[in-house]
Write a protein that binds this ligand. Structure first.
Ligand SMILES: *[C@@H]1O[C@H](CO)[C@@H](O)[C@H](O)[C@H]1NC(C)=O
Ligand SMILES: *[C@@H]1O[C@H](CO)[C@@H](O)[C@H](O)[C@H]1NC(C)=O
Length: 460
């Protein structure tokens, strides 16, 4: 819902090549197995599964040396006097995944650590799934099912281990924007429904114009432009709460990559081109306070299998998206998503349908920018264009993740429908709190599968 006061955070003393590419560290993507499943052929492992680190986290240095083009929260204005010049003179460097970023893979499992100390301190991380060295894997989810396992036992209050889809370009914008010589291999082209303005490069140009350091994050800032696109959050979660949330956008190509400026970038909120809140399903927020958490029905002390199904009106991949359903499997047992539990106030919905969204927004008193931006049907048209899978861990400089795991707004009555989202304290979750007290946090995603409905999991 709120989100993504970005997470980028590398304080390097030295070095790099941007939207050129550097030659100091060879970019070697960690391998990550994932599977595609069909009713007729069962599940097959993709031949060349791998991940890449988002460009925002990478060391950016001049092409002819090791001087930083960007340090902390500011640009070197000698080489980055404007966005185009900066793209020509600066290069993105290859990543030392494990040592610098705390990102590692083993077979079909990906671990992302929250905080990693090397020469500098890295906070959070975001990677994308690929099945080649230079293009993101594209997912077409309509009339399909997406399944993964997750271990959130080391993801506490205030931290979010997220798995989600965004309508990015498969090549990271390489072919559309001549300034971008790095492309998907170097994790370029991120966008989401918050229209983040902390992206260092948008449309192959550095976002230097109007750049200002973040008041709360020494390693981030915002520029004049933002990067918008439709987003389907499958999993925003820690060990206390979770939510899944579609966020449609009114950008070209039914929610495709779009460089926003001014009001378009959701400043003020709800006045931009994307739906910033989305239509979320968080079991706790829907009145099921004993469903998800340590020792609860879905026990977050143990690995969880999470299944999400994208149902269309005619049960084909060209139909209209009408329902997004959720199941869990734990210890071999299938656990249904619990129905909304506000008797007499809200009907008992157990999945995301248009009526669920409309009724929930009305009862909770939320702005229905979801409907304004085309609702579930428009989200479906976006998914039909193909989405990229992002996996991340992050903390929240703007709202301390309270919208996910606590009571929000903090001054509202937590017993009113829609206010309580989880049991975390309203006073916690600040970056200072999480970085000092939860430095050992990490999320493990594994066993990623996509395929025909009913083919990606077993259970009783
Ligand atoms: C900015 O880049 C120029 C050109 O490479 C370099 O001479 C200068 O030292 C850099 N400034 C900073 C503050 O790093
Ligand atoms: C939602 O936000 C828009 C844009 O600010 C505003 O015009 C509209 O009145 C709001 N609706 C509600 C129900 O608050």
């Amino acid at each position: 819902m709120f989100r993504k006061a970005v997470l980028a955070s590398l304080c390097f003393l030295a070095v790099t090549h941007t939207q050129q590419v550097g030659r100091e560290v060879t970019e070697t993507h960690p391998r990550l197995q994932f599977q595609r499943c069909t009713r007729s052929g069962g599940c097959q492992t993709a031949s060349n599964g791998q991940i890449t680190l988002d460009a925002n986290w990478r060391w950016l240095h001049v092409t002819d040396g090791y001087t930083n083009c960007y340090t902390g929260n500011s640009w070197n204005t000698t080489v980055c006097a404007n966005g185009q010049q900066c793209s020509q003179r600066c290069a993105l460097e290859g990543a030392n995944y494990r040592e610098t970023y705390g990102i590692s893979t083993n077979g079909n499992a990906l671990t992302i650590k929250f905080l990693t100390k090397s020469q500098g301190t890295n906070i959070g991380g975001r990677v994308y799934l690929m099945d080649s060295d230079s293009r993101y894997e594209m997912f077409y989810l309509l009339n399909k099912e997406f399944t993964f396992d997750v271990d959130v036992s080391k993801v506490p209050c205030g931290i979010n281990g997220a798995l989600y889809f965004i309508q990015m370009d498969a090549d990271g914008g390489l072919s559309k924007h001549s300034g971008n010589k790095a492309g998907a291999k170097y994790g370029t082209g991120y966008c989401d429904s918050q229209c983040p303005r902390d992206m260092k490069f948008i449309n192959g140009e550095a976002n230097v114009e109007g750049w200002g350091g973040s008041p709360t994050d020494p390693n981030a800032g915002t520029g004049r432009y933002g990067a918008c696109c439709a987003e389907m959050d499958i999993w925003e979660a820690n060990k206390i709460s979770n939510a899944y949330t579609p966020h449609p956008c009114n950008t070209p190509n039914d929610g495709g990559y779009f460089r926003c400026t001014g009001k378009e970038c959701n400043q003020p909120r709800y006045e931009g081109v994307c739906d910033p809140d989305g239509c979320d399903y968080n079991p706790f927020r829907q009145g099921n306070r004993e469903f998800y958490g340590p020792g609860k029905t879905v026990d977050t002390n143990k690995k969880i299998t999470v299944i999400t199904q994208f149902i269309t009106d005619d049960n084909t991949a060209t139909g209209t998206l009408v329902d997004i359903r959720r199941l869990y499997v734990q210890d071999g047992r299938v656990i249904q998503n619990p129905p909304t539990n506000f008797p007499g106030v809200l009907d008992p919905f157990d999945s995301i349908t248009e009526k669920y969204c409309t009724d929930q927004k009305r009862v909770f008193g939320d702005n229905n920018s979801f409907a304004r931006d085309g609702g579930l049907a428009h989200m479906g048209r976006s998914l039909a264009k193909g989405h990229v899978l992002a996996l991340s861990i992050w903390n929240d400089h703007s709202a301390h993740m309270l919208w996910l795991d606590s009571s929000y707004p903090v001054d509202a009555d937590p017993n009113q429908p829609g206010i309580g989202r989880g049991t975390c304290p309203t006073t916690g979750g600040s970056p200072k709190d999480t970085e000092q007290n939860n430095a050992d946090s990490q999320v493990v995603f594994s066993n990623i599968k996509v395929g025909d409905i009913g083919t990606t999991f077993t259970g009783r």
